[in-house]
Design a protein around this ligand. Structure first.
Ligand code: ATP
Ligand code: MG
Ligand code: MG
Length: 377
């Protein structure tokens, strides 16, 4: 089987690693350069989308911010899963919010802003505090503004006015700022038959808007059921095929959807060592029509992102239950360069191993890990 992935980053790379034992060959289409590349070496294999589509059995995507003409061309081939509608819903917050409403899934109250009148209307109808997000192209907390005090309104609007003026396709989705207890995500997979399997809810910790640590452990059954029901509503609503991730806010035992990602997700990287079949393999199984694999947690596992560093102290590799995954990317400040998965047989053992790991890691490159360790209970 030959699978073409739109996007040539670490997610395509990890699909290639997971696909190899199943005899699934991955090539990656770099939408910026129009080149088809090998996902592990980045070596150019060819160019042009039409050739790449003709050569593939199945087409999928590793990110949602893909130009519409490319999505349409892939959709027309009849090989594209999860398909253009799902990718667009993940890449445009207006479509995403409309989808959630259509599927009957709760999220923060919102409105869409195109001009100053919309802005004033939103402030008066939704109330403060508010969070404003670019409708298109936002990730890692980029393209967001927050408004807490009425006195800041004019200044915040001015920034957004400049942003809107620079791109006529853009809009802003404004939401009520949710005072949440925790951020959780659910990664799951849906087959073409409609069969759904989900991983346990994962607890996520962000630093400066970027995911820092994900923890997968024995779940709270009540929350897990809520999450599964919302996952099924959205995945069925899109007739989705493949891995889908849903980010949630937990507010006093209730889940509100923050956003969805129509792809394998950073908060699912722990499944490489902590679950029976990992998210990358399950995505490939779903889109190629193979039976879905077991998504059960094998052992508590946490994932730590490596941001802006292309090396780590060698001593960490001596720790039991530790695996490191590098992405082979050029070093840039703050860039996702790799991740560490750390597993143990119990939560207590995982905390002890995490403490040992923290002692070995440079605190500057891995901030706030001590606090996160303290929050695990
Ligand atoms: P990602 O890299 O996950 O795709 P993103 O840029 O799409 O991020 P969001 O996930 O929408 O952005 O928001 C980033 C973070 O901002 C969230 O993880 C959460 O901590 C905070 N946040 C977003 N929306 C709200 C909200 N309505 N209320 C409170 N906090 C929020
Ligand atoms: Mg996002
Ligand atoms: Mg997010």
């Amino acid at each position: 089987m030959k699978v073409l992935v739109l996007g040539a980053g670490q997610l395509a790379r990890m699909m290639a690693l997971a696909g190899a034992p199943l005899n699934i060959a991955i090539s990656a289409y770099d939408v910026n350069s129009d080149a088809v590349v090998h996902p592990l070496t980045q070596q150019q294999l060819g160019s042009g989308l039409a050739n790449a589509i003709a050569d593939a059995d199945v087409i999928t995507a590793e990110f949602e911010h893909i130009p519409l003409p490319i999505l349409e061309q892939c959709q027309q081939s009849g090989k594209f899963l999860p398909g253009s509608d799902a990718i667009q819903a993940g890449g445009d917050r207006r479509l995403e919010k409309a989808l959630l409403t259509r599927c009957g899934v709760a999220s923060a109250s919102y409105s869409v802003i195109n001009n100053e009148a919309d802005f004033k209307q939103a402030v008066s109808s939704l109330g403060l505090p508010l969070i404003f997000k670019s409708a298109l192209a936002g990730y890692d907390g980029k393209g967001q503004w927050r408004l807490k005090e009425p006195t800041q309104a004019a200044a915040v609007w001015q920034q957004m006015a400049d942003f809107l003026a620079a791109d006529s396709k853009q809009a802003i989705v404004v939401e009520q700022f949710i005072s949440f207890n925790r951020e959780l995500s659910l990664v799951g997979v849906r087959a073409a038959s409609g069969e759904v399997k989900v991983y346990p809810l994962t607890e996520n910790h962000h630093v400066n808007g970027v995911l820092s640590v994900s923890l997968a452990r024995q779940v709270n059954e009540q929350l897990q059921q809520q999450a599964e029901q919302k996952f099924a509503a959205i995945a069925n609503g899109l007739n989705y095929v493949g891995v889908l991730a849903i980010e949630f806010f937990e507010v006093n035992g209730n889940l509100l959807v923050n956003e969805i990602a129509p792809r394998v997700h950073n908060s699912g990287h722990w499944t490489q060592q902590g679950a029976d079949v990992c998210q990358f393999e399950n995505h490939l199984r779903a889109v190629t029509g193979m039976p879905l694999g077991n998504t059960e947690l094998l052992r508590p596992t946490l994932m730590i992102n490596i941001l802006g560093e292309d090396s780590a102290p060698a001593a960490i590799l001596s720790l039991a239950g530790l695996h490191i995954h590098w992405y082979g990317k050029a070093k840039r400040p703050g860039r996702k360069m790799g991740h560490i998965n750390l597993s143990a047989n119990s939560l207590a053992e995982l905390k002890a191993r995490f403490a040992k790991l923290i002692d070995l890691l440079p605190a500057v490159a891995f901030p706030e890990l001590e606090q996160m360790l303290g929050q695990i209970s």
